[in-house]
Design a binder for this molecule. Structure first.
Ligand SMILES: *Cc1c(COP(=O)(O)O)cnc(C)c1O
Length: 394
Protein backbone atom coordinates (compact mmCIF):
# COMPACT_ATOMS: atom_id res chain seq x y z
CA UNK A 1 0.00 0.00 0.00
CA UNK A 2 1.19 3.51 -0.77
CA UNK A 3 1.44 5.62 2.39
CA UNK A 4 1.71 9.35 3.18
CA UNK A 5 4.52 11.25 1.51
CA UNK A 6 7.15 12.77 3.79
CA UNK A 7 9.72 14.78 1.85
CA UNK A 8 13.35 14.73 3.01
CA UNK A 9 14.51 17.86 4.86
CA UNK A 10 16.57 19.70 2.26
CA UNK A 11 18.38 23.01 2.15
CA UNK A 12 17.46 24.63 -1.14
CA UNK A 13 20.21 26.66 -2.76
CA UNK A 14 19.38 26.21 -6.41
CA UNK A 15 17.55 28.46 -8.89
CA UNK A 16 14.22 27.98 -7.05
CA UNK A 17 12.23 26.88 -5.22
CA UNK A 18 14.04 28.39 -2.24
CA UNK A 19 13.54 27.34 1.38
CA UNK A 20 10.03 28.11 2.56
CA UNK A 21 9.97 29.61 6.06
CA UNK A 22 8.10 27.65 8.77
CA UNK A 23 5.79 30.64 9.23
CA UNK A 24 4.74 30.31 5.59
CA UNK A 25 4.32 26.54 5.84
CA UNK A 26 2.17 26.83 8.93
CA UNK A 27 0.04 29.54 7.31
CA UNK A 28 -0.65 27.07 4.51
CA UNK A 29 -1.83 24.44 6.98
CA UNK A 30 -4.68 26.68 8.22
CA UNK A 31 -8.24 25.60 7.40
CA UNK A 32 -9.37 25.92 3.81
CA UNK A 33 -12.31 28.31 3.41
CA UNK A 34 -14.45 29.17 0.39
CA UNK A 35 -12.76 31.41 -2.17
CA UNK A 36 -15.77 33.74 -2.17
CA UNK A 37 -15.93 33.86 1.65
CA UNK A 38 -15.82 37.52 2.76
CA UNK A 39 -12.80 36.72 4.96
CA UNK A 40 -10.95 35.28 1.99
CA UNK A 41 -11.82 38.26 -0.18
CA UNK A 42 -10.35 40.59 2.45
CA UNK A 43 -7.17 38.52 2.40
CA UNK A 44 -7.04 38.77 -1.41
CA UNK A 45 -7.18 42.54 -1.11
CA UNK A 46 -4.30 42.44 1.37
CA UNK A 47 -2.26 40.33 -1.04
CA UNK A 48 -2.78 42.95 -3.74
CA UNK A 49 -1.61 45.71 -1.38
CA UNK A 50 1.41 43.68 -0.30
CA UNK A 51 2.32 42.97 -3.92
CA UNK A 52 2.08 46.67 -4.73
CA UNK A 53 4.48 47.26 -1.85
CA UNK A 54 6.93 44.61 -3.06
CA UNK A 55 6.79 45.79 -6.67
CA UNK A 56 6.87 49.48 -5.71
CA UNK A 57 3.79 50.33 -7.73
CA UNK A 58 0.37 51.89 -7.38
CA UNK A 59 -0.96 49.95 -10.39
CA UNK A 60 -4.54 48.87 -9.56
CA UNK A 61 -4.02 45.83 -11.79
CA UNK A 62 -1.57 44.05 -9.52
CA UNK A 63 -2.47 40.48 -8.62
CA UNK A 64 -1.22 36.92 -8.43
CA UNK A 65 -2.05 34.63 -11.35
CA UNK A 66 -3.05 31.17 -10.09
CA UNK A 67 -0.24 29.39 -11.92
CA UNK A 68 3.56 29.47 -12.01
CA UNK A 69 5.87 32.19 -13.36
CA UNK A 70 5.56 30.81 -16.89
CA UNK A 71 1.82 31.58 -16.77
CA UNK A 72 2.58 35.14 -15.63
CA UNK A 73 4.81 35.42 -18.67
CA UNK A 74 2.04 34.16 -20.88
CA UNK A 75 -0.49 36.51 -19.26
CA UNK A 76 1.64 39.50 -20.24
CA UNK A 77 2.22 38.42 -23.84
CA UNK A 78 -1.26 37.08 -24.57
CA UNK A 79 -2.90 40.33 -23.47
CA UNK A 80 -0.40 42.75 -25.00
CA UNK A 81 0.66 41.16 -28.30
CA UNK A 82 -1.69 41.07 -31.26
CA UNK A 83 -1.16 39.47 -34.67
CA UNK A 84 1.29 41.55 -36.69
CA UNK A 85 2.73 43.45 -33.68
CA UNK A 86 6.47 44.00 -33.77
CA UNK A 87 8.09 43.25 -30.42
CA UNK A 88 11.77 43.57 -29.62
CA UNK A 89 12.81 40.55 -27.56
CA UNK A 90 16.18 40.54 -25.82
CA UNK A 91 17.79 37.17 -25.35
CA UNK A 92 20.87 36.54 -23.21
CA UNK A 93 19.85 33.23 -21.68
CA UNK A 94 17.09 30.63 -21.54
CA UNK A 95 14.18 32.83 -20.54
CA UNK A 96 14.50 35.38 -23.36
CA UNK A 97 14.00 32.45 -25.74
CA UNK A 98 10.67 31.71 -24.09
CA UNK A 99 9.60 35.32 -24.60
CA UNK A 100 10.26 34.90 -28.33
CA UNK A 101 8.08 31.77 -28.33
CA UNK A 102 5.29 33.71 -26.67
CA UNK A 103 5.42 36.61 -29.13
CA UNK A 104 5.36 34.26 -32.11
CA UNK A 105 2.62 32.01 -30.78
CA UNK A 106 0.35 35.03 -30.38
CA UNK A 107 1.01 36.13 -33.96
CA UNK A 108 3.56 38.84 -33.27
CA UNK A 109 6.88 39.40 -34.98
CA UNK A 110 9.85 39.02 -32.62
CA UNK A 111 12.79 41.26 -33.49
CA UNK A 112 15.66 39.67 -31.62
CA UNK A 113 18.51 41.34 -29.76
CA UNK A 114 20.98 38.56 -28.99
CA UNK A 115 23.68 38.91 -26.37
CA UNK A 116 26.23 36.40 -25.17
CA UNK A 117 24.97 34.28 -22.29
CA UNK A 118 26.30 35.73 -19.05
CA UNK A 119 26.39 39.32 -20.29
CA UNK A 120 23.64 41.91 -19.80
CA UNK A 121 21.28 43.02 -22.57
CA UNK A 122 23.04 45.61 -24.73
CA UNK A 123 21.23 48.95 -24.55
CA UNK A 124 23.01 50.06 -27.74
CA UNK A 125 21.74 47.08 -29.73
CA UNK A 126 18.19 47.74 -28.56
CA UNK A 127 18.49 51.41 -29.49
CA UNK A 128 19.83 50.51 -32.97
CA UNK A 129 16.86 48.20 -33.57
CA UNK A 130 14.40 50.86 -32.44
CA UNK A 131 16.03 53.32 -34.85
CA UNK A 132 15.87 50.82 -37.70
CA UNK A 133 12.17 49.89 -37.39
CA UNK A 134 8.95 51.86 -37.27
CA UNK A 135 5.93 50.94 -35.21
CA UNK A 136 7.54 48.76 -32.55
CA UNK A 137 4.84 47.92 -30.00
CA UNK A 138 6.82 46.54 -27.09
CA UNK A 139 10.25 45.79 -25.69
CA UNK A 140 10.56 42.54 -23.74
CA UNK A 141 13.51 41.52 -21.60
CA UNK A 142 14.51 39.51 -18.54
CA UNK A 143 15.66 41.62 -15.58
CA UNK A 144 17.44 38.79 -13.75
CA UNK A 145 18.42 35.93 -16.07
CA UNK A 146 18.36 32.88 -13.80
CA UNK A 147 20.07 30.66 -16.37
CA UNK A 148 23.29 32.67 -16.18
CA UNK A 149 23.08 34.91 -13.08
CA UNK A 150 23.23 38.19 -14.97
CA UNK A 151 21.38 41.41 -14.22
CA UNK A 152 20.34 43.74 -17.05
CA UNK A 153 19.78 47.46 -16.62
CA UNK A 154 15.99 47.49 -16.45
CA UNK A 155 15.81 51.19 -15.67
CA UNK A 156 17.80 52.19 -18.78
CA UNK A 157 15.89 49.76 -21.00
CA UNK A 158 12.54 51.12 -19.79
CA UNK A 159 13.68 54.70 -20.36
CA UNK A 160 14.68 53.80 -23.91
CA UNK A 161 11.30 52.17 -24.54
CA UNK A 162 9.53 55.32 -23.31
CA UNK A 163 11.67 57.46 -25.64
CA UNK A 164 10.49 55.37 -28.58
CA UNK A 165 6.89 55.15 -27.40
CA UNK A 166 6.68 51.41 -26.85
CA UNK A 167 5.52 49.30 -23.92
CA UNK A 168 7.85 47.24 -21.75
CA UNK A 169 7.29 43.62 -20.73
CA UNK A 170 9.68 42.63 -17.95
CA UNK A 171 10.49 39.21 -16.50
CA UNK A 172 11.14 39.80 -12.80
CA UNK A 173 10.70 36.22 -11.65
CA UNK A 174 14.10 36.08 -9.97
CA UNK A 175 14.61 39.79 -9.31
CA UNK A 176 11.55 40.51 -7.14
CA UNK A 177 12.65 40.70 -3.50
CA UNK A 178 16.33 40.10 -4.28
CA UNK A 179 17.53 43.24 -6.06
CA UNK A 180 16.25 46.75 -6.58
CA UNK A 181 13.09 46.78 -8.67
CA UNK A 182 10.98 49.91 -9.13
CA UNK A 183 7.92 49.35 -11.29
CA UNK A 184 6.51 52.89 -11.20
CA UNK A 185 9.73 54.83 -11.00
CA UNK A 186 11.27 52.95 -13.91
CA UNK A 187 8.06 53.04 -15.93
CA UNK A 188 7.62 49.28 -16.37
CA UNK A 189 4.34 48.53 -18.19
CA UNK A 190 3.86 44.81 -17.69
CA UNK A 191 5.77 42.72 -15.21
CA UNK A 192 5.53 39.14 -14.04
CA UNK A 193 7.27 37.32 -11.24
CA UNK A 194 7.19 34.07 -9.33
CA UNK A 195 6.67 33.13 -5.71
CA UNK A 196 9.33 30.45 -5.29
CA UNK A 197 12.45 32.53 -5.84
CA UNK A 198 13.24 35.53 -3.60
CA UNK A 199 9.73 35.67 -2.07
CA UNK A 200 10.27 32.13 -0.69
CA UNK A 201 6.63 31.17 -0.94
CA UNK A 202 5.59 27.85 -2.49
CA UNK A 203 5.83 27.61 -6.29
CA UNK A 204 2.76 27.81 -8.47
CA UNK A 205 1.71 31.45 -8.26
CA UNK A 206 2.79 34.37 -10.42
CA UNK A 207 2.43 38.01 -9.36
CA UNK A 208 1.75 40.32 -12.31
CA UNK A 209 1.20 44.05 -12.63
CA UNK A 210 0.03 46.18 -15.58
CA UNK A 211 0.44 49.95 -15.92
CA UNK A 212 -2.29 52.30 -17.14
CA UNK A 213 -0.68 52.23 -20.63
CA UNK A 214 -0.60 48.44 -20.71
CA UNK A 215 -4.26 48.28 -19.68
CA UNK A 216 -5.16 50.73 -22.42
CA UNK A 217 -3.47 48.49 -24.99
CA UNK A 218 -5.19 45.40 -23.55
CA UNK A 219 -8.64 46.97 -23.64
CA UNK A 220 -8.30 48.49 -27.15
CA UNK A 221 -7.31 45.33 -28.96
CA UNK A 222 -8.49 44.68 -32.53
CA UNK A 223 -8.70 40.98 -31.72
CA UNK A 224 -9.98 38.98 -28.76
CA UNK A 225 -7.38 37.81 -26.23
CA UNK A 226 -6.74 34.24 -27.42
CA UNK A 227 -6.67 32.82 -23.86
CA UNK A 228 -9.76 32.64 -21.71
CA UNK A 229 -7.97 31.88 -18.43
CA UNK A 230 -5.38 34.63 -18.75
CA UNK A 231 -7.56 37.40 -20.20
CA UNK A 232 -6.92 40.24 -17.74
CA UNK A 233 -10.37 41.70 -18.30
CA UNK A 234 -11.90 38.51 -16.95
CA UNK A 235 -9.32 37.84 -14.23
CA UNK A 236 -9.82 41.36 -12.89
CA UNK A 237 -13.52 40.67 -12.42
CA UNK A 238 -12.33 38.15 -9.84
CA UNK A 239 -9.34 39.95 -8.33
CA UNK A 240 -10.57 43.52 -8.73
CA UNK A 241 -14.23 43.29 -7.82
CA UNK A 242 -14.07 43.78 -4.03
CA UNK A 243 -16.92 42.03 -2.24
CA UNK A 244 -18.84 41.82 -5.54
CA UNK A 245 -16.25 39.38 -6.85
CA UNK A 246 -17.35 37.32 -9.86
CA UNK A 247 -16.45 33.66 -10.04
CA UNK A 248 -13.70 33.12 -12.61
CA UNK A 249 -11.76 30.15 -11.30
CA UNK A 250 -11.16 28.78 -7.80
CA UNK A 251 -8.09 30.45 -6.34
CA UNK A 252 -5.51 28.13 -4.75
CA UNK A 253 -6.76 29.05 -1.27
CA UNK A 254 -4.02 27.61 0.94
CA UNK A 255 -1.20 28.51 -1.42
CA UNK A 256 -2.42 32.10 -1.18
CA UNK A 257 -2.29 31.93 2.63
CA UNK A 258 1.37 31.06 2.10
CA UNK A 259 1.99 33.92 -0.30
CA UNK A 260 0.24 36.32 2.09
CA UNK A 261 2.49 35.25 4.96
CA UNK A 262 5.65 35.45 2.82
CA UNK A 263 4.70 38.99 1.77
CA UNK A 264 3.91 39.98 5.37
CA UNK A 265 7.40 38.77 6.30
CA UNK A 266 8.91 40.82 3.48
CA UNK A 267 7.05 43.89 4.67
CA UNK A 268 8.22 43.31 8.25
CA UNK A 269 11.82 43.10 7.07
CA UNK A 270 11.43 46.00 4.65
CA UNK A 271 12.07 45.53 0.94
CA UNK A 272 15.19 47.67 0.91
CA UNK A 273 16.61 45.67 3.78
CA UNK A 274 15.91 42.48 1.83
CA UNK A 275 17.92 43.85 -1.11
CA UNK A 276 20.80 44.68 1.25
CA UNK A 277 20.65 41.25 2.86
CA UNK A 278 21.00 39.58 -0.54
CA UNK A 279 23.99 41.78 -1.38
CA UNK A 280 25.73 41.04 1.95
CA UNK A 281 25.40 37.27 1.83
CA UNK A 282 26.43 37.25 -1.81
CA UNK A 283 29.71 38.99 -0.89
CA UNK A 284 30.40 36.40 1.80
CA UNK A 285 29.55 33.48 -0.49
CA UNK A 286 31.65 34.95 -3.29
CA UNK A 287 34.70 35.23 -1.02
CA UNK A 288 34.30 31.62 0.01
CA UNK A 289 33.73 30.26 -3.50
CA UNK A 290 36.68 32.16 -4.90
CA UNK A 291 38.88 30.76 -2.15
CA UNK A 292 37.74 27.32 -3.32
CA UNK A 293 39.11 28.28 -6.74
CA UNK A 294 35.69 28.68 -8.34
CA UNK A 295 35.29 31.55 -10.78
CA UNK A 296 32.11 33.43 -11.61
CA UNK A 297 30.47 33.27 -15.04
CA UNK A 298 29.35 36.91 -14.84
CA UNK A 299 31.53 39.99 -14.26
CA UNK A 300 31.13 41.66 -10.86
CA UNK A 301 29.24 44.73 -12.15
CA UNK A 302 26.38 42.65 -13.60
CA UNK A 303 26.21 39.79 -11.11
CA UNK A 304 22.98 38.80 -9.38
CA UNK A 305 23.50 38.33 -5.64
CA UNK A 306 20.66 35.80 -5.53
CA UNK A 307 21.96 33.54 -8.33
CA UNK A 308 25.66 32.73 -8.28
CA UNK A 309 26.79 31.00 -11.43
CA UNK A 310 30.28 29.51 -11.10
CA UNK A 311 32.40 27.47 -13.53
CA UNK A 312 32.81 23.77 -12.75
CA UNK A 313 36.56 23.11 -12.29
CA UNK A 314 38.38 21.18 -15.02
CA UNK A 315 38.11 17.41 -14.61
CA UNK A 316 35.33 17.51 -12.01
CA UNK A 317 32.11 15.55 -12.63
CA UNK A 318 29.55 18.25 -11.90
CA UNK A 319 26.54 15.95 -11.58
CA UNK A 320 28.39 13.72 -9.13
CA UNK A 321 29.26 16.68 -6.90
CA UNK A 322 25.62 17.79 -6.84
CA UNK A 323 24.51 14.25 -6.06
CA UNK A 324 26.95 14.06 -3.13
CA UNK A 325 25.88 17.43 -1.78
CA UNK A 326 22.30 16.21 -1.78
CA UNK A 327 23.13 12.83 -0.29
CA UNK A 328 25.61 13.91 2.38
CA UNK A 329 24.42 17.42 3.25
CA UNK A 330 20.80 17.47 2.07
CA UNK A 331 21.93 20.48 0.07
CA UNK A 332 20.52 21.25 -3.35
CA UNK A 333 22.41 23.48 -5.76
CA UNK A 334 21.49 24.00 -9.41
CA UNK A 335 22.98 22.60 -12.60
CA UNK A 336 23.66 24.66 -15.72
CA UNK A 337 20.77 25.27 -18.10
CA UNK A 338 20.77 25.45 -21.91
CA UNK A 339 24.15 26.50 -23.32
CA UNK A 340 25.69 26.32 -19.84
CA UNK A 341 24.52 22.77 -19.04
CA UNK A 342 27.43 20.74 -17.65
CA UNK A 343 29.65 23.83 -17.41
CA UNK A 344 28.39 25.72 -14.35
CA UNK A 345 26.74 25.33 -11.01
CA UNK A 346 24.03 27.79 -10.06
CA UNK A 347 24.00 28.56 -6.37
CA UNK A 348 20.94 30.40 -5.20
CA UNK A 349 20.75 32.78 -2.26
CA UNK A 350 17.07 33.54 -2.57
CA UNK A 351 14.75 34.86 0.12
CA UNK A 352 14.74 32.51 3.13
CA UNK A 353 17.73 30.70 1.59
CA UNK A 354 19.79 33.89 1.89
CA UNK A 355 21.26 33.66 5.41
CA UNK A 356 24.63 33.21 7.04
CA UNK A 357 23.76 29.59 7.81
CA UNK A 358 23.17 28.88 4.11
CA UNK A 359 26.39 30.55 3.02
CA UNK A 360 28.53 28.69 5.58
CA UNK A 361 26.87 25.33 4.92
CA UNK A 362 27.37 25.67 1.18
CA UNK A 363 31.04 26.62 1.47
CA UNK A 364 31.79 23.87 3.95
CA UNK A 365 29.91 21.20 2.00
CA UNK A 366 31.51 22.19 -1.29
CA UNK A 367 34.98 22.27 0.23
CA UNK A 368 34.63 18.76 1.67
CA UNK A 369 32.98 17.35 -1.44
CA UNK A 370 35.51 18.85 -3.86
CA UNK A 371 38.37 17.63 -1.65
CA UNK A 372 36.94 14.11 -1.66
CA UNK A 373 36.78 14.32 -5.45
CA UNK A 374 40.51 15.01 -5.54
CA UNK A 375 40.65 18.80 -5.82
CA UNK A 376 43.39 20.02 -3.48
CA UNK A 377 42.16 22.81 -1.22
CA UNK A 378 43.49 24.56 1.88
CA UNK A 379 41.24 23.33 4.69
CA UNK A 380 38.98 25.93 6.32
CA UNK A 381 40.34 28.87 4.32
CA UNK A 382 37.12 29.37 2.38
CA UNK A 383 34.98 29.54 5.50
CA UNK A 384 37.38 32.04 7.01
CA UNK A 385 37.22 34.19 3.87
CA UNK A 386 33.42 34.26 4.03
CA UNK A 387 33.35 34.85 7.76
CA UNK A 388 35.16 38.17 7.35
CA UNK A 389 31.92 39.62 5.98
CA UNK A 390 30.09 38.69 9.15
CA UNK A 391 32.57 39.78 11.80
CA UNK A 392 31.54 43.42 11.44
CA UNK A 393 27.91 42.38 11.97
CA UNK A 394 28.39 40.37 15.15
C1 LIG B 1 11.90 30.45 -12.75
C2 LIG B 1 11.80 31.44 -13.87
C3 LIG B 1 10.70 31.49 -14.75
C4 LIG B 1 9.61 30.47 -14.74
O1 LIG B 1 8.93 30.37 -13.56
P1 LIG B 1 8.09 29.03 -13.23
O2 LIG B 1 7.45 29.33 -11.93
O3 LIG B 1 9.11 27.93 -13.20
O4 LIG B 1 7.11 28.84 -14.33
C5 LIG B 1 10.67 32.49 -15.69
N1 LIG B 1 11.66 33.41 -15.78
C6 LIG B 1 12.73 33.39 -14.98
C7 LIG B 1 13.79 34.43 -15.13
C8 LIG B 1 12.84 32.41 -14.00
O5 LIG B 1 13.92 32.37 -13.20
Amino acid sequence: MITSFHPPQRTLMGPGPSDVHPRVLSAMARPTIGHLDPAFIDMMDEIKKLLQYALRTDNPLTMPISAPGSAGMEACFVNLVEPGDKVIVCQNGVFGGRMKENVERFGGEALMVQDTWGTPVSIEKVRALMEAHDGIKALAFVHAETSTGVRSDAQALCRLARDYGCLTIVDAVTSLGGIELEVDQWGIDAIYSGTQKCLSAPPGISPVSFSERALEKASNRRTRVPSWFLDTNLVMGYWGGGQKRAYHHTAPVNALYGLHEALVMLQEEGIEHAWKRHALHHEALKAGLETLGLSFTVTADARLPQLNSVQVPEGVDEAQIRARLLENYNLEIGAGLGELAGKVWRIGLMGSSCTRRHVMLCIDALENTLSEAGVSLPSGAAAAAADVYYSAEA
